[in-house]
Design a protein around this ligand. Structure first.
Ligand code: ADP
Ligand code: MG
Length: 316
């Protein structure tokens, strides 16, 4: 049995789908949950940790529904994205209190110190949370997630606000825990950041898992993710005809701009990378000027950013 099974999980915030019937399995080891801001990463993690009730579907921890069976949550540690701290508590006091909430009782102090040592937070254990830097708070949050030695760790953007040295330490810690058999789900809106942590990626966009698997495969799948681009060009009809003929686009809609007889092109591009590779040559061959080239969908734009990087720049 996998430590985590998620089945058709959906969450609606009024009209907005935070999560759109997502199904996935997590095995022991580290899995990176990657996607642009607003993709649904935090929503998924809140449901998985029993903080939020799903609108549909279920999240199972070792076969038990985490919403219906609160006891299942004992096997789980969670480091939330935001800070919801008791600001007047010391770091040690906070982690110890969280340990007691997990039922550690008399062991809470020893376990808290151990968790603080692991996360590099022991040196400022006596500091009040309100006096802690962002990096210190991240370490304190991580320590409270670890305090009861859970089998599953859910870490929402834990590297946010941590410097390069701190990151290396965190990565070592994650690796060590994974080697002990812990199942770790760690989120980030930066793909490069997760690359250093694990090769196993789930890519979320607009509430859907649009790619999953080893990083190289995910990159490939993302490259094949169809998207719509808007182009403003000097001779849109000529360009459009040539693009269709070349097979680089599978559909074209002409859009009148500003009430004039000028038109923009909206292209359906099945394969971004080859499109980008071929476009400059094609444009110079036809003697066409391109004034504007933008992806039409904000979240896909972010996916896009990961793939084409600088090439996107200010257009072709
Ligand atoms: P991520 O963590 O990937 O940035 P979130 O899970 O926070 O994404 O958000 C997913 C979507 O759900 C976004 O469109 C966001 O605006 C929306 N959302 C999240 N939380 C709430 C909420 N409490 N009320 C309304 N909409 C929300
Ligand atoms: Mg988030």
């Amino acid at each position: 049995m996998n430590p985590v099974s998620i089945r058709e999980l959906a969450k609606w915030y009024g009209e907005i789908a935070g999560l759109n019937k997502v199904s996935l399995e997590l095995r022991p080891g580290i899995t990176g949950l990657v996607g642009p801001n607003g993709a649904g990463k935090s929503t998924l993690m809140k449901i998985l940790t029993g903080q939020l009730k799903p609108s549909y579907g279920e999240a199972l921890i070792f076969g038990e529904d985490v919403w219906k069976r609160p006891s299942a949550r004992r096997r789980l540690g969670y480091s939330p994205e935001g800070d919801s701290f008791y600001e007047d508590m010391s770091v040690l006091g906070f982690v110890r209190a969280m340990g007691r909430l997990c039922g550690l009782g008399a062991c809470a102090d020893a376990f808290a110190r151990e968790a603080l040592e692991k996360t590099g937070a022991l040196e400022f254990a006596g500091k009040r949370l309100k006096a802690c830097s962002k990096g210190m708070r991240q370490r304190a949050k991580l320590a409270q997630a670890l305090v009861h030695k859970p089998d599953i760790l859910v870490l929402d953007e834990p590297l946010n606000g941590i410097d390069a040295r701190g990151r290396r330490e965190m990565l070592r810690l994650f690796d060590g825990l994974a080697a002990e058999g812990v199942t770790i789900l760690v989120s980030s809106h930066i793909l490069e950041e997760i690359e250093a942590v694990t090769d196993q990626i789930l890519f979320l966009a607009q509430g859907n898992v649009i790619a999953s698997g080893p990083l190289a495969e995910v990159r490939g799948l993302l490259k094949d993710h169809p998207l719509k681009l808007l182009i403003t060009a000097t001779d849109p009809r000529k360009l459009g005809a040539r693009l269709l003929e070349s097979g680089l686009v599978t559909g074209i809609v002409f859009k009148v701009r500003g009430g004039l007889d000028e038109e923009d092109l909206v292209l359906s591009v099945p394969q971004v990378e080859s499109f980008y590779r071929a476009l400059p040559g094609l444009v110079s061959e036809l003697g066409i000027g391109i004034e504007r080239l933008v992806p039409l969908d904000a979240s896909v734009e972010a996916v896009f950013g990961y793939l084409v990087g600088e090439e996107m720049g200010g257009g072709a």
